[in-house]
Design a protein around this ligand. Sequence first.
Ligand SMILES: Nc1ncnc2c1ncn2[C@@H]1O[C@H](COP(=O)(O)OP(=O)(O)OP(=O)(O)O)[C@@H](O)[C@H]1O
Ligand SMILES: [Mg+2]
Length: 253
Amino acid sequence: MTKVIAITGKGGTGKTAVAALLIRSLSKKGQFILAVDADADTNLPETLGCENVKTIGDAKEFLQAEITKPRPDNPDMNKESVLQSKVYEIIEEMPGYDLLVMGRPEGSGCYCYVNNLLRGIMDKLVKNYDLVVIDAEAGLEHFSRKIIRDIDDLIVVTDASRRGFRTAERIHELVNELESNIGSIHVIANKVTDANREKLVKLAEELKLNLIGMIPLDPKIEEMDIKGIPLFEIPDDSVAAVEIENIVKKLGF
Ligand SMILES: Nc1ncnc2c1ncn2[C@@H]1O[C@H](COP(=O)(O)OP(=O)(O)OP(=O)(O)O)[C@@H](O)[C@H]1O
Ligand SMILES: [Mg+2]
């Protein structure tokens, strides 16, 4: 059975960094992973070290245009197979994982038809993998669109602030209200320092958050970011990479 992990949280808290670190750790453990960048402001490819990726957004625009175009030459064009072959073309094969980038938001007009086709294609696609890791956008629009229907583990990333924790609490509440197909919700506090660690543990208890990890503010990540080195290349002994190992154990790997 394919396991689906989605990562969300407030803007700038480190969702993409956590996604990249999880993909790095789990691909090394031999999991065959589909990494999905579901944020319109695409950052995951760069963080993983992939360049010039094509996006589902482009494929959708293509199909939307095809649907509205009269096709006297081929009236029976099978739209699902056209979109499916476009999606398979877009998948970037990297060592240890595949990457799929959702890309730009939809243009004006109704995309219900294309989105319905896409949902069917994604349902089939994810079955090819052991694990799907989704770098979702801040906010929960993504879940209402439900391009990927079932999520086993939703990870909410927060920074080391009361506001970040409050956002995590709200996401918990929203998910329950949406009655979405989400197995478990976990919270990761990111950019934690020794000065705030204990206070954050107490805050998580107060807000009844299921805190599964605290990733330290890592000077190695800051250095790599400035130098433009993909986070995928982080050394195993960096403080963030070490904590990610604890987290993947708690996630059952
Ligand atoms: N543990 C950490 N230590 C140091 N820097 C970090 C850490 N985690 C993330 N960063 C840095 O914080 C910045 C924001 O991280 P990231 O892009 O992962 O956040 P995000 O939540 O995905 O943002 P967005 O909402 O824009 O998608 C980046 O510069 C990243 O390198
Ligand atoms: Mg991001």
